[in-house]
Design a protein around this ligand. Structure first.
Ligand SMILES: [Zn+2]
Ligand SMILES: [Zn+2]
Length: 360
């Protein structure tokens, strides 16, 4: 998979975000003592060096691919698929056979590229060993060097191939970085009801039954949109809020900039508080016109139509960001917005708000 690693998301994140360039690099004295950055995507969570972030992804909860790297030489790739619910007494998948298949694909690619490739099988790979996993480890050296493992997890039923990659000489403390990063990698959410989505400077937890539908990942703007039947839920984040907003009132600003469900809604704003920041609460339904046609279409499909709109928007003066959590849902569905807003972290605990807002 190293050779075919390309972002295939519908909207691909830029590999050279300004915020990434500004981040302090670790220097040449090896990996940092702690891995400070949390990444969360499709049930995987892991800690990585500060200079690493999500640079490629495809697929969904069932099967997919994820790449996280420093934009230069070191990174991590994860490829997963999900076994069908196994009946009583069913044997778990053979991870050694999966490793053979993976090595074959690696060798094919190397031959086509006329590269030398040396692969090494390991009985296990200690950093990824967990009671619920069957593990088969490996390392290889080709145009790059990799440490990783294939495992099957009996909790999430995923078969995972995960490998840390770096220069073929292993420089930059690759072996140690690989152990730390892969050691932190979870293949399923700690809380089965909530999924962690964490990338760039966004951290949010979303109900597990809402699946990622689309995303927009840019340096100053991030949007994740989720679906559960006819219901839609979006989390939007704008960075450098004070520059972007200037003197506009928050409700007017959100009305002009929202690209999620709020863009197709009619609502009344009310004052609220989120994470100690002044906020607006939006409540209403679909806007007349085209979105109403969408509602009628949903009726035709015998889906309960999404006719309730709610949103919460707030400006975090500590992190200098504006957040909007919004949902359009059938009336019978519980409103996910307050809980998701509470789980959308705008600033780290302990960071002071100089403008008087309180920390949560
Ligand atoms: Zn798992
Ligand atoms: Zn905040």
């Amino acid at each position: 998979m190293a050779k075919t690693a390309q972002a295939t998301g519908e909207e691909t994140p830029s590999p050279s975000l300004p915020q990434r360039r500004e981040r302090e690099r670790g220097g040449s004295e090896g990996p940092p003592a702690r891995l400070p950055r949390l990444i969360g995507w499709q049930g995987f969570t892991l800690n990585v060096p500060e200079t690493w972030d999500l640079t490629g992804f495809s697929g969904n909860d069932g099967a997919g691919y994820l790449r996280i790297d420093d934009g230069e030489e070191q990174g991590l790739e994860i490829k997963w698929s999900t076994e069908r619910s196994s009946g009583k007494g069913a044997t778990p998948p053979d991870v050694e056979a999966r490793r053979v298949t993976y090595f074959r694909a690696l060798k094919d690619t190397a031959r086509k590229k006329k590269l030398e490739l040396a692969v090494k099988e390991l009985d296990t790979y200690r950093p990824v060993v967990r009671p619920e996993r069957t593990v088969s480890g490996f390392s290889w050296v080709g145009d790059r060097k990799a440490y990783g493992a294939v495992w099957y997890c009996s909790v999430c039923r995923r078969v995972v191939i995960a490998q840390a990659l770096g220069e073929r000489t292993g420089k930059g403390g690759l072996k140690a970085v690989a152990e730390k990063v892969l050691g932190s990698l979870s293949c399923h959410d700690a809380d089965p009801d909530w999924r962690v989505w964490s990338l760039y400077d966004l951290y949010v937890e979303v109900p597990r039954d809402y699946a990622l539908l689309s995303q927009q990942l840019m340096n100053v703007y991030l949007r994740l949109t989720f679906a559960k039947s006819a219901a839609r839920l979006s989390v939007e984040q704008w960075a450098v809020a004070n520059v972007a907003r200037r003197d506009a009132y928050l409700d007017a600003w959100v009305g002009a900039n929202a690209k999620g469900e709020a863009a197709q809604a009619r609502y009344t704003p009310e004052e609220a508080t989120v994470h100690g920041h002044p906020a607006i609460r939006l409540e209403g339904g679909p806007a007349v016109g085209l979105p109403m046609a969408e509602v009628v279409k949903q009726v035709g499909r015998l889906q309960r139509p999404a006719t309730r709109f709610t949103g919460l928007a707030w400006e975090c003066t500590v992190s200098n960001k504006i957040h909007l959590v919004e949902a359009m849902r059938p009336p019978a569905y519980a409103d996910p917005v307050p809980a998701v807003a509470a789980r959308t972290l705008c600033h780290r605990p302990g960071e002071e708000d100089e403008e008087g807002g309180s920390t949560p």
